[in-house]
Design a protein around this ligand. Structure first.
Ligand code: URA
Length: 432
């Protein structure tokens, strides 16, 4: 018989916990027999004293099995998932999921909503009229089997221990701890059932992890934990020190994703998507990354990836006419031209600030209960490294309320740094 008091004391003294102790904690906290104050004391002790990889893997497995799990074994090795640690303008799932499905992968995926300065795939998909993010398990499986891609919202019965623990960590300053982040993310991925998982660990001012070193430590922990739990896992560390692509905001991001899938744009967003998709395909199809990359480029060029997008959206009830004619997507009544306050190179964009500006326009939520405006957001006309003249347009701000503009403009401008010399550029993909 375990006692929470002893478990907290043990971790406070820096000792590793046993499998029995970790499972006792997760089961008891999920059921409600362990109170929040003891759970929060243990989380703080873990933050301060850390966890070994073995403890982290047990914690992950216990959380993954605290509720329902999705069984994708019928897809054999073909099931593949991706996870991004969150960023600004990150619409990669909208592009990568149909691209991978057009080449034979099975992307049966649960995605989250946006919170704070980062966006969420479910909100982006809901800007397509009719798209259903909530399906029965049978429908979810059937669409994944027939089309090769299905993306729904995260159900509350998947990894409920993580849901409860994450809410607690959020208010007890215990989020920024690698074993807790790794187990939280990987528990949901494991419960999601895919055999292969590609992690896009973002790094920079718009991300959780601010430096490549921190991002690498999180990526290593997640890959080790996922591998220990029997999955094929790979991680890319990608730059989030500048928004990805040019469009930020839900319907605006759908528009940009469609353009990439139609082969109309070959920029930073395109390159990150090709890298993610080719790593996913390499894991689930057994191809080399180089071979998978060539196939991805071809599937975009010959229209297969775009046609798969239309099939997928239609299967989930979405009106595909808004994708075929992008001007039919929700549009804001106000489009404000934001001009450069001075001449110079944009040497840095504090990307969390740019995400906040988009939220202030109505594109995101400050708290879970807030509603979002699908048409609101930002379209960048200049990014880090670009030279702009004073008064030149650097972004269009879209909103449905004039009153929201001043605060958003302020947040945007405060995020920019100008210099007279061009800045040193960060790589787009730091490492795999
Ligand atoms: N995202 C998660 O899902 N969990 C964390 O702990 C941090 C980010």
């Amino acid at each position: 018989m375990y006692r929470m008091y002893d478990i907290i004391t043990k971790k406070k003294q820096g000792e590793p916990l046993t499998e029995g102790e970790i499972r006792f904690f997760i089961e008891g906290y999920t059921e409600g027999t362990i109170p929040h104050e003891q759970a929060s004391a243990l989380c703080m002790a873990i933050c301060l004293r850390g966890m070994t990889m073995e403890e982290t893997a047990i914690l992950t497995d216990a959380m993954a099995n605290s509720g329902d799990t999705v069984d994708l074994s019928a897809f054999g090795d073909l099931s593949v998932d991706k996870h991004s640690t969150g960023g600004v303008g990150d619409k990669t799932t909208l592009i990568v999921a149909p691209l991978v499905a057009s080449l034979g992968g099975k992307v049966a995926k649960m995605s989250g909503r946006g919170l704070g300065h980062t966006g969420g795939t479910v909100d982006k998909l809901e800007s397509i009229p009719g798209y259903r993010t909530s399906l029965s398990p049978e429908e979810f499986f059937e669409i994944s089997r027939r089309i090769g891609v299905c993306v729904v919202g995260q159900s509350g019965v998947l990894a409920p221990a993580d849901k409860k623990l994450y809410a607690l960590r959020d208010v007890t300053a215990t989020v920024d701890c690698i074993p807790l982040i790794a187990s939280s993310i990987m528990s949901k991925k494991l419960a999601g059932g895919a055999k292969s998982i590609v992690l896009d660990v973002k790094c920079g001012s718009g991300a959780f992890m601010k430096t490549p070193e921190e991002a690498k430590a999180l990526a290593d922990a997640m890959v080790e934990v996922g591998t220990a739990c029997g999955r094929k896992v790979r991680a890319l560390i990608t730059n989030m020190d500048v928004p990805l692509g040019t469009h930020i905001g839900n319907a605006l991001e759908v528009k940009e994703a469609v353009r990439i899938l139609r082969g109309e744009q070959e920029d930073d967003l395109y390159r990150v998507c090709i890298a993610l998709a080719s790593n996913m395909l390499s894991l689930c199809m057994g191809w080399s990354v180089e071979e998978a990359e060539e196939k991805c480029i071809e599937a975009i060029r010959d229209g297969r990836a775009y046609r798969k997008l239309l099939e997928w959206i239609s299967a989930q009830g979405g009106d595909t006419s808004v994708l075929e004619e992008l001007s039919l997507l929700p549009v804001s009544s106000i489009c404000y031209e934001l001009c450069a306050p001075e001449a110079g190179y944009i040497s840095h964009m504090a990307t969390d600030g740019i995400g906040t500006a988009a939220c202030l326009l109505g594109a995101g939520r400050a708290k879970k209960e807030d509603t979002i405006d699908p048409a609101a957001g930002i379209v960048l006309q200049a990014k880090t490294g670009d030279y702009v003249e004073k008064g030149q347009c650097i972004a269009y701000l879209y909103t449905s309320s004039e009153a929201l503009l001043p605060a958003a403009e302020r947040a945007f401008l405060e995020s920019l740094t100008f210099t007279s010399l061009p800045p040193v550029e960060n790589p787009l993909i730091f490492t795999r």
